[in-house]
Design a protein around this ligand. Structure first.
Ligand code: R5P
Length: 291
């Protein structure tokens, strides 16, 4: 197995390679003055099973194309197989036509990756797990919620409750609550398909004077989390800890969340970010060891 550090996920590739005790392949990479990417495999990939680490967090399109170049290039040079480790898989939010005429982006992206020679995708907490069944490439989806929540065990919590927003909220909060041995529930969300604005409600969950941990698979603009924190504060929450797997954090989302009253943010390193106190390198290494 040859491990290839794509430019989007070099640090993570490094961590996984040290856990596995495997050296990373040497890859020559540069960006031309006009912004185009250049790659050269310095040693042979012929007949090798190649594992390319390349997340597709922002700038998504660039990172996606780099993954296509690396995968296609490896196959062109005779690689036997390509596994793409894509800790954050972009475009999974557009998993259907919400409005007539929309492009179902994730299907297009998966087809492009297939055409580029990717044989398997190893990802983490994919935004729309239901696309796995219709994907043209096998997708393995690792769950980092347990690892993320274990970190929160260090905090001395008072009468804690774990909440998670949205459709996957129940599964996510239940998984986290198991680790913390706490109550759990769902924050109901409703997103306007035209403006993207989100409404949240707690329904009959009582958070008064309790420590609340809000877990989400991702924070992008921070809109959902800011609304959640505001609602929890108004409902009398004592302290609010925010945990997410993918800290995409567009437009100072983190600062908005903290200034709305969250006490701390904890994230994993699927996307390079300032709150990556938890690494998914161990999860990835364990899975790759079995491949
Ligand atoms: C929704 O299904 C997700 O779990 C997140 O809540 C959402 O993607 C977060 O987006 P934003 O930070 O832009 O509100």
């Amino acid at each position: 197995m040859k491990l290839v550090p794509g430019p989007a996920s070099m640090e993570l590739a490094n961590k996984v390679s040290s856990i596995l005790g495997l050296r990373l392949m040497e890859l020559e990479y540069k960006t031309f003055p006009d912004g185009e990417s250049y790659f050269r495999y310095v040693s042979s990939v012929e007949n090798e099973d190649v594992v390319i680490f390349q997340g597709t967090h922002p700038p998504q399109d660039k990172h996606l194309l780099q993954l296509c170049l690396l995968s296609s290039g490896a196959k062109d040079l005779g690689a036997r197989s390509v596994v793409a480790v894509v800790p954050y898989l972009a475009y999974a939010k557009q998993d259907r036509r919400f409005k007539e005429g929309e492009v179902v982006s994730i299907d297009v992206v998966l087809n492009i990756l297939k055409q580029s020679g990717v044989d398997k995708i190893l990802t983490v907490n994919i935004h729309a797990p239901w696309i796995i069944n219709r994907s043209p490439i096998p997708i393995e989806n690792l769950d980092a919620v347990g690892t993320l929540t274990s970190y929160i065990l260090q905090i001395n919590l008072k009468n804690p409750i774990i909440l998670a927003p949205g459709k996957k909220g129940e599964d996510m909060s239940a998984a986290a609550a198991k680790v913390l041995n706490a109550d759990y529930g769902v924050i109901r969300t409703k997103r306007d398909i035209n403006t993207g604005a989100v409404e949240v409600s707690l329904e009959d969950i009582n958070v008064n004077d309790r420590d609340v941990i809000v877990i989400d698979d991702m924070i992008s603009t921070g809109g959902t989390m800011v609304k959640s924190v505001n609602t929890l504060k108004s409902a009398g929450a004592r302290r609010i800890f925010v945990g997410c797997v993918h800290a995409v954090m567009i437009n100072n989302a983190d600062k908005k969340i903290l200034s709305s009253g969250a006490d701390a943010i904890v994230a994993t390193d699927t996307v390079p970010n300032n709150y990556a106190f938890v690494s998914i390198a161990g999860l990835l290494a364990e899975r790759l060891r079995k491949l």
